[in-house]
Design a protein around this ligand. Structure first.
Ligand SMILES: Nc1ncnc2c1ncn2[C@@H]1O[C@H](COP(=O)(O)OP(=O)(O)OP(=O)(O)O)[C@@H](O)[C@H]1O
Length: 317
C-alpha cells in the first residue's frame, strides 16, 4: 500500500513582492523517484528549502515523514539527506575523513561509522579514492562523495538539487544508475530537481512540471502526455497514394483518431492509442497504396516544449 512521505499544501513563498513558489500542492509516496522539472528560476530550490525547514513559507504547510518542517526542522534533517547544487566539502580532508566528520556531527557512534563509511564509498565507486583529498576530486566524484555523505545518516528520503550539473555524459550515467540502485535496494525515496528532460525521464517514476513558481502538471510520462495533449498521445505518419477525401474520412472514422493534419511530407494522424495496424488497413481498404508509415509517442521533450510553447519559457541545458 502506498504511503505519503512528503505533503505540500498550498505552499507559497515571496521574494520581494514576487511569488517564487505559488500555492504548491504535491504528495510524494514512499519509495518513488519524483522529478521536479523546470527551467532556471522556476522555484525548485525554494520549494526544496521549505521542505527542509530551511526557508519559511508565507503560507501553506509542509510535512516530511509526518513532521511539520517549519516547526521541527531538526527532526526533518535527521530523516532527510539533502544534496545541494553547490556541494561543500573540507577540501584538505580525504573523502573518507569528510564522511566520518559528517557522521560525528550527526552523533553517529564512531565504531559503526567506520565500517558504514567504507561500505558506502564502495557503493558509490570511490573505494580507491577514499584516502585522496576531496579538493582533488573531479566534479563527478564530488557528487558521488556527496551521495555517500548524505547516506551515512541512513535517511528515508534524499533530495538532490541538480545532481548532474557540470558532469560529463559518462559521469551522468554513473550518477543516475547509482540513484536508481539506491532507490531500489534501500527503498529510499528520491526527490530530484532538474532541468534536464532526458535524465528526468530516464529515472523518475513521476514528474512535476514546475514553472514560474507553479506546478503546471504532474504524473508519469504517459499520464502527463494525455493531460497535456488531450488524449492525442500518439502520432502516426503515413504516405499514401492517392490521398483522397474518402481515405481521410475512413481514417477519421477510426474511434482512436483525433485529428489528421496534411503536411507536404506526410499525413500526420494524431491518435489516443497506438493503432498503426488499423491505419494501414484503412488505407488499403480505401484503395490507396501505403508507401510509408512511422509512429511516435510523446516523450518528455515534446510534452515540455509543447506545453511551454508561447509561454516564453525555454529549456536551458
Ligand atoms: N534568496 C533570494 N532572494 C531573492 N530572490 C530569490 C532568492 N532565492 C531565489 N530567488 C528568486 O526566486 C525565484 C526562484 O528561484 P529558485 O532558485 O527557487 O529557482 P530554481 O527553479 O531552483 O532555479 P535553478 O534551476 O536556477 O536553481 C527566482 O526568480 C529567484 O531569482
Amino acid at each position: 500500500m502506498s504511503e505519503t512521505i512528503i505533503t505540500l499544501n498550498n505552499l507559497t513563498k515571496f521574494y520581494d513582492d514576487t511569488p517564487a513558489v505559488d500555492r504548491l500542492s504535491l504528495s510524494i509516496e514512499r519509495g518513488e523517484i519524483f522529478g521536479l522539472l523546470g527551467p532556471n528560476g522556476a522555484g525548485k530550490s525554494t520549494a526544496i528549502l521549505m521542505m527542509l525547514g530551511l526557508s519559511e513559507p508565507a503560507s501553506g504547510s509542509v510535512e516530511v515523514c509526518g513532521i511539520n518542517s517549519i516547526r521541527e526542522p531538526l527532526a526533518v534533517k535527521r530523516r532527510v539527506g539533502y544534496l545541494p547544487d553547490d556541494l561543500g566539502f573540507y577540501e584538505t580532508m580525504t573523502g573518507l575523513e569528510n564522511i566520518l566528520y559528517t557522521a560525528s556531527l550527526n552523533g553517529i557512534p564512531k565504531k559503526e561509522t567506520e565500517e558504514d563509511a567504507h561500505s558506502l564509498l564502495r557503493k558509490v565507486g570511490l573505494s580507491d579514492a577514499a584516502h585522496k583529498k576531496a579538493g582533488k576530486y573531479s566534479r563527478g566524484m564530488r557528487q558521488r562523495l556527496g551521495l555517500a555523505d548524505v547516506l551515512i545518516k541512513k535517511p528515508e528520503i534524499i533530495i538532490l538539487d541538480e545532481p548532474t550539473l557540470g558532469i560529463d555524459p559518462e559521469g551522468v550515467r554513473e550518477i543516475l544508475d547509482l540513484i536508481k540502485r539506491l532507490n531500489k535496494e534501500e527503498n529510499i525515496t528520491v526527490l530530484l530537481s532538474s532541468h534536464h528532460l532526458h535524465q528526468v525521464q530516464e529515472i523518475c517514476d513521476r514528474v512535476g512540471i514546475f514553472v514560474e513558481g507553479k506546478l503546471l502538471a504532474k504524473g508519469d510520462i504517459a499520464s502527463l502526455a494525455s493531460q497535456l495533449f488531450l488524449e492525442e498521445s500518439f502520432v502516426v505518419y503515413i504516405n499514401a497514394e492517392p490521398v483522397t477525401k474518402e481515405l481521410q474520412s475512413n481514417l477519421m472514422q477510426l474511434p482512436e483518431v483525433e485529428t489528421i493534419r496534411v503536411t507536404p511530407e506526410h499525413l500526420e494522424i494524431f491518435c489516443s492509442a497506438n493503432i498503426s495496424d488499423h491505419i494501414a488497413k484503412a488505407v488499403i481498404e480505401s484503395g490507396a497504396s501505403l508507401t510509408y508509415l512511422s509512429q511516435k509517442n510523446y516523450g518528455l521533450d515534446e510534452i515540455y516544449h509543447r506545453y511551454f510553447k508561447g509561454s516564453g519559457v525555454h529549456e536551458h541545458q
